[in-house]
Ligand binder design. Sequence first.
Ligand SMILES: [Zn+2]
Ligand SMILES: [Zn+2]
Length: 111
Amino acid sequence: MTTAIPYDADATHTTPLTFEWTCVASGDEVSYEATGNCPVCGCAMTRSWTFGQHLLAKGGFLGRRDEPGPQPYHTLCRCRTTHLGRPPQEEFGCGALLVIAPPTPEAGPAS
Ligand SMILES: [Zn+2]
Ligand SMILES: [Zn+2]
């Protein structure tokens, strides 16, 4: 982990990354948390997605899915390192757009 890598909003990493998925179920809502290292800056990062009808009824947010599905996940790097030149409105990350491989079925909620 180093702060020597500057923030770069143009950085992308298009090869799907194999992150470790953690699944948390509460009520009819399921959260999947992907944890791994950003390949661009090398920092550890975690990003979570929530699925289910519960929050959708309250409006949800753009891009929410009902189920995890087989599609890869796109996210900006969410590491907590302060990278040089990061815009003040960005709270996390090095600016890189990452593609994370979807959770395997085994990572799903135990039923
Ligand atoms: Zn990064
Ligand atoms: Zn970083």
